[in-house]
Design a binder for this molecule. Structure first.
Ligand code: CU
Length: 269
């Protein structure tokens, strides 16, 4: 079940007067990483019934690694001949959508709303655009009035590690983030869970942990020898850097001038 709430930071009671600015998006009343994984066995026929209990927002629910068929709406089952394949099921306010697929690919597969702010927590719009701002010592000055104050957003939305830097009020959750399979930070929250498909299962009710990738199926960081063997110099200027360098601009203009008229006509399309 998909829901949306307005629960101000540090409070416990949802604001029922909210009309548009919801800040907590949940699956079965939980936000990732607290959402339980959807556990299945390789070869299982999986049926998921999605219902949107939200007040104002539609949810395009998307799966990684599979496509599914839409097999029923809240009206009725859809005859086999009329079912259609999707990787995203748009569940409008008040609707249900039933999806089915055969779990034939073992792994951990993200299953989430595709609305960007629906996989984040504590979202709000009552902030100025801070990208590129240089706050100077404004934090230090404000902290004498507001302990713990921190200017945010100057570098965009890369805030996955914010929870480590900023103390959180009681009864609150970080904007996004959980430790992933490789010790990295999964910068997702909210309406996000994981379909876990395994060849062997102890129980459908138990989280089987992270998928153990077969040897040789996970990309590794290239060693210096690997790079040298393949003739890759990571310090070489990128093509874009070359094109924007003043000394490189002249030969490029010369090439444009040498283009046949037919090709020039296509410029600007
Ligand atoms: Cu959504």
């Amino acid at each position: 079940m998909l829901s949306e709430w307005d629960i101000k930071v540090g409070t416990a009671r949802p604001n029922t007067l909210q009309m548009t600015d919801f800040n907590i998006l949940t699956m079965n009343g939980k936000v990732f990483p607290s959402t339980g994984p959807l556990v299945c066995k390789t070869g299982d026929k999986v049926r998921i019934r999605l219902g949107n209990l939200g007040a104002m927002d539609h949810h395009p629910i998307h799966i990684h690694g599979y496509y599914f068929r839409i097999t029923a709406t809240d009206g009725e089952d859809i005859p086999l001949s009329a079912q259609w394949p999707e990787t995203t099921a748009l569940v409008a306010v008040g609707q249900t959508r039933t999806i089915e697929f055969i779990a034939d690919a073992p792994g951990d597969w993200a299953f989430h709303c595709h609305m960007t702010h629906h996989v984040m927590n504590q979202m709000g719009h009552e902030f100025p655009n801070m990208v590129g701002m240089q706050p100077g010592d404004v934090d230090k000055k404000l902290q004498s009035l507001l302990p713990g104050y921190m200017t945010m957003g100057q570098t965009g939305m890369d805030m996955g590690n914010m929870a480590e830097m900023m103390p959180m009020p009681a009864n609150s959750i970080p904007m996004k983030g959980a430790v992933g399979a490789f010790g990295d930070n999964i910068t997702m929250g909210g309406m996000f869970t994981i379909v876990k498909v395994r060849d062997r299962l102890a129980s459908y009710d138990q989280d089987p942990g992270w998928y153990q990738h077969p040897p040789g199926t996970v990309a590794l960081t290239a060693s210096a020898e690997d790079l040298a063997r393949d003739g890759i110099d990571v310090n070489a200027p990128t093509p874009r850097a070359v094109a924007s360098a003043p000394h490189a601009a002249a030969p490029q203009r010369a090439r444009a001038g040498a283009m046949p008229p037919a090709m020039k006509a296509h410029h600007g399309h």
